[in-house]
Design a protein around this ligand. Structure first.
Ligand SMILES: [Zn+2]
Ligand SMILES: [Zn+2]
Length: 364
């Protein structure tokens, strides 16, 4: 006996009948999804930074807010009960949510799959309300209140912080901020920078962990030492709240200074990643110290860079050379091994005066 669809009366000859329904009626009778994980897709946007919150978790928005919405929506759809093999095949384009005013729009989502192996896959279009409320994320709330957990202080020993170091500090801090942001560390912010005008910089940092990273990186890159201290700031819900500080102390020596290292005299020609590069004043040999040795315990300053003196080469007569002090006009004859090769009469050179004589230094 021929079967007919119990809903529309179509016969088996007209369309395949499965479980008493023709295929067209079957789709309507057995939807792929009956309800979403939640009736509405609710997000909160931070009016200050534009980040989005779903179920009390904040998601970072980078260049494209829609991309973040889709990422969260997929999480939402994953939690939606579906027939086993039904999957989302299309999410129709939608409006970019506003961060200034609450908004509501309708998302159209297309699912595909089947609930019965005798029925070929079919599609189901569903509508989902997408609501965006406006708020302020905790980070922006803390940031605007000036909240910080830690202070990183950069100081220098008996000297001002030089321009290269200033630039290095700014560059390193920016790099670390970007790197932390990539890992989704939302508290990696600096709420305030107090420039002590060459006497140092104070960075007020959002959270302890980030302060620690900044401190370590500055110390490593600037051959500095670090002191850590902590003090009780307040109590919250009976718990003590501590405020930590890191003092990064830049060494007395800096690039261009003349130092003694293991009883030999050198000029510091560079400091990179906390390692001092030295030039031997007599042999001109270059060497780079390990970070551990690029430290005031090993490097004693003999002359600061501003104590180096300018001379003019008056007469080169190997093995001697006459040089004239640019300030006192005093002329001295010295061994020409004290100056670099390839000089000619009239050249201006930089020299350091040490107990064992004059030695040319690099102009850095
Ligand atoms: Zn039917
Ligand atoms: Zn925010």
């Amino acid at each position: 006996m021929s079967q007919i669809c119990c809903k529309c009366g179509k016969s088996e000859e007209e369309e395949k009948i499965v479980d008493g329904f023709c295929l067209s009626c079957y789709k309507a009778e057995f939807p792929l999804i009956t309800s979403f994980y939640e009736k509405k897709f609710n997000l909160t946007a931070c009016k200050l930074c534009g980040d989005l919150m779903f179920h009390s978790k904040w998601h970072e928005v980078h260049d494209d807010p829609k991309e973040t919405v889709l990422k969260i929506l997929n999480e939402f759809l994953k939690k939606t009960k579906k027939e086993t093999d039904a999957k989302v095949v299309l999410i129709e384009d939608f409006e970019e949510p506003s961060f200034d005013v609450a908004s509501k729009q309708n998302l159209k989502i297309l699912f595909e799959g089947t609930t019965n192996e005798q029925v070929p896959p079919y599609q189901q279009e569903t509508n989902l309300d997408f609501i965006v409320n406006i708020g302020v994320c905790e980070r922006c709330a803390k940031f605007t209140r000036g909240y910080f957990e830690s202070i990183v202080q950069v100081r220098s020993d008996r000297r001002i912080i030089n321009n290269d170091e200033q630039l290095m500090i700014t560059k390193l801090v920016q790099e670390m901020k970007d790197k932390r942001a990539e890992t989704g560390d939302r508290m990696a912010y600096i709420t305030k920078v107090v420039d002590q005008s060459k006497g140092g910089v104070d960075l007020y940092v959002g959270h302890e962990k980030f302060a620690k990273i900044i401190a370590a990186s500055l110390a490593d890159n600037l051959a500095a030492s670090t002191e850590y201290s902590t003090k009780l700031k307040s109590h919250k819900d009976g718990k003590p709240i501590y405020q930590s500080s890191y003092c990064i102390r830049l060494p007395y020596f800096e690039i261009s200074d003349v130092v003694s290292y293991l009883k030999n005299n050198y000029q510091i020609v560079g400091i990179r990643q906390g390692r001092a590069a030295l030039m031997h004043l007599k042999t001109r040999e270059l060497k780079t110290l390990a970070a551990k040795e690029s430290h005031p315990d090993y490097l004693k300053v003999l002359k600061k860079k501003d104590q180096l003196k300018k001379f003019i080469i008056v007469a080169l007569q190997s093995p001697n050379v006459s040089v004239m002090n640019e300030v006192t006009f005093e002329t001295i004859d010295i061994d020409d091994s004290a100056i670099f090769k390839d000089h000619k009469d009239g050249d201006e050179i930089l020299m350091v005066e040490l107990p064992d004589g004059l030695f040319e230094c690099k102009k850095i």
